[in-house]
Design a protein around this ligand. Structure first.
Ligand SMILES: [Zn+2]
Length: 380
């Protein structure tokens, strides 16, 4: 058994948590602090989506240990996660596609083990498995090598539940609970997926600009400012990975819609992403959420879903409005797979302060970049 351990860095905050061979890890290992005694399992929810992304929701600020064991004989490879606290009941959930089954076990009286067992012969690259903390109570692992779309989505519990806050901060049940600032640490640029350098071209289209500010929301937050900042950061992150980026605008200028699509179509780009923020009436601060649009093609749908999943992962508590079809000009008239992401509502009481926060916009840029790079890796 190759024991693989991940943990937070002592500085706190969010770091990409590489799974490291246990042997190699020993000299670098830092002592795990004493764990609070927990009556119940720290595992609140899990989901394995069709793209092979495994997400966990846990009690906040706890270590999660991840392990990998290669397949042998008639047994497929396994990935598992140990968390403090006993499960309410042990159980086995039948899998689908390359996932044979998922088990929730109790290896010791006060711990929970979530095991993902794959079909015999499934090829996973353990060096590519990374357990990434995306919030104080959220974790994600891309099961790289798992054929995409080979399985149904699997899961238990409410993975979309608002992020946990310490008990003394919780308001009445049902009351909106904006996250405390800074609770979500940065994903890291160095943790972004690698692609063949010099091979891909992507068009980034920050919506609106110049005399057209787009939506204007709470505290005069302007869509154009949000999406230009995020778009420029995405461009810089992709360029650092050797992706050629064309931007439809890089400053506060107004570009009409046909030139945006024409630029994309004449560029021979592999992907097109338009970046926007939503708005509703100022009297509806209760409406928040992330949505991504595409037009018709399955490849565009895959792109939209990838971006949607990544943006959601850094926007805990903001509702998933889905990857959906729409007839917006820039996605209808572009010839390559294209999508339009709405990063949240500038009029929403949860989304708006986040969109105004440069640290959150950095996370959005990292999330979008991750989604785009993963799509490029799989062949757009
Ligand atoms: Zn817009």
């Amino acid at each position: 058994m190759a024991g693989l351990v991940s943990r937070r860095r002592p500085s706190g905050g969010r770091t990409a948590l590489a799974l490291v061979q246990a042997l190699a890890l020993v000299p670098l290992a830092l002592p795990l602090g004493p764990l609070p005694a927990l009556a119940a399992s720290a595992l609140s929810a899990w989901r394995l989506n069709r793209e092979g992304q495994l997400e966990l929701r846990t009690a906040p600020d706890l270590p999660v240990r991840a392990y990998y064991e290669a397949g042998r004989g008639g047994i497929g490879p396994r990935v598992w996660f140990d968390l403090p606290g006993a499960p309410l009941r042990t159980r086995t959930i039948p899998g689908s596609g390359q996932v044979r089954q998922i088990r929730v076990g109790q290896p010791t009286p006060d711990s929970t083990r979530l095991v993902v067992e794959f079909q015999p012969g499934t090829q996973l690259d353990p060096s590519a498995l990374k357990l990434v903390g995306t919030a104080r109570d959220r974790w994600r692992m891309d099961l790289t090598g798992l054929a995409p779309y080979g399985q149904q989505a699997l899961g238990e519990g409410d993975i979309e539940a608002p992020a946990a806050t310490p008990a003394w901060r919780q308001g009445p049940i049902g009351a909106p609970q904006p996250r405390p600032g800074g609770a979500i640490g940065p994903l890291s640029a160095s943790g972004l997926p690698e692609v063949d350098r010099g091979r891909f071209k992507v068009v980034i289209d920050p919506g609106h600009g110049g005399p057209d500010p787009g939506a204007v929301g709470i505290a005069n937050l302007r869509e154009t400012d949000v999406v230009l900042d995020v778009g420029l950061q995405v461009a810089q992150l992709l360029q650092a990975k050797g992706v050629q980026v064309l931007m439809t605008r890089t400053s506060e200028v107004d570009v009409d819609l046909p030139p945006r699509a024409a630029l994309a179509n004449s560029s021979g780009a592999d992907l097109f992403l338009s970046i926007h923020a939503n708005a509703l009436s100022m009297t509806r601060p209760d409406v928040n959420g992330i949505e991504t649009f595409y037009f018709e093609s399955p490849r565009a749908r895959g792109l939209a879903q990838a971006v949607q999943d990544e943006v959601l992962a850094v926007s805990p508590g903001s509702p998933d409005r889905g990857a959906r079809t729409a007839r917006f000009y820039v996605i209808r008239r572009t010839v390559m797979p294209s999508a339009l992401v709405e990063l949240g509502f500038v009029t929403g009481q949860l989304d708006s302060p986040r969109l105004a926060d440069p640290a959150h916009r950095r996370r959005l840029a990292l999330a979008i970049s991750r989604g785009l790079l993963n799509v490029l890796r799989q062949g757009p």
